[in-house]
Design a protein around this ligand. Sequence first.
Ligand SMILES: [Mg+2]
Ligand SMILES: [Zn+2]
Length: 187
Amino acid sequence: MKLVILDRDGTINNDSDEFIKSPDEWKPLPGALEAIARLNHAGWHVAVASNQSGLGRGLFDVASLNAMHAKMHKLLAAQGGRIDAVFYCPHAADEGCRCRKPRPGLFEQIAERFGVDLHGVPVVGDGLRDLQAGVAVGCEPHLVLTGKGAPLRGQPLPDNYPPGTRVHEDLAAFAEWVIAQPARTIA
Ligand SMILES: [Mg+2]
Ligand SMILES: [Zn+2]
C-alpha cells in the first residue's frame, strides 16, 4: 500500500497559539483538502498523527475533538477525499507519555493499525517534532512552510532538522511532488 502520514494543525488546517478548540476554529488551509483528495486519487492512503495536548490541559474535550474531525472528514469528502484514520496524543507535555511527538508512539500505533513497516513512508508536518517522530520509525521527512513552518520561508533549513528533510511550500506542493515520484509501495 501507499501511505502518507500527516500532521494536522498547521499542515491541514490553521494553527493557533491559543489551540484549535472547536469545529468553528478548525479551518482548512487553502488547497490542503484538495491536496489530500489528489493523493487519494493517486492511490495514497492518508493517516493523521496529531499532538492534542489541549485535551490534557482541559482546554477542550474529546467530544469537541471528535466534532472537529467530523468537520474535517465532511469537508474532505466534499472534495472527494478521505483520511483513513486520525491518531492523536491527548496528553499534556508534562505527562511523559510515549505518544506525544517528537516521541514515536503515534507512529507505532499507525504501523500496528495498518500492519505495515513505516520505513520510507513520507511524514509531512509544519514542525520539527513531527519529522523527528516519523524519522524515529524510519519515515521520510517532509516539512511544509505553513503553520509553524511559515517563518522558515526563504531561510535555509536549520541544522537540527533530520538529514534529507525535503521542504515544500504547502501540502499541495508536497502532493504534487510525491505524485510525480516513481511508484513506490511499502510492505
Ligand atoms: Mg503542526
Ligand atoms: Zn501522549
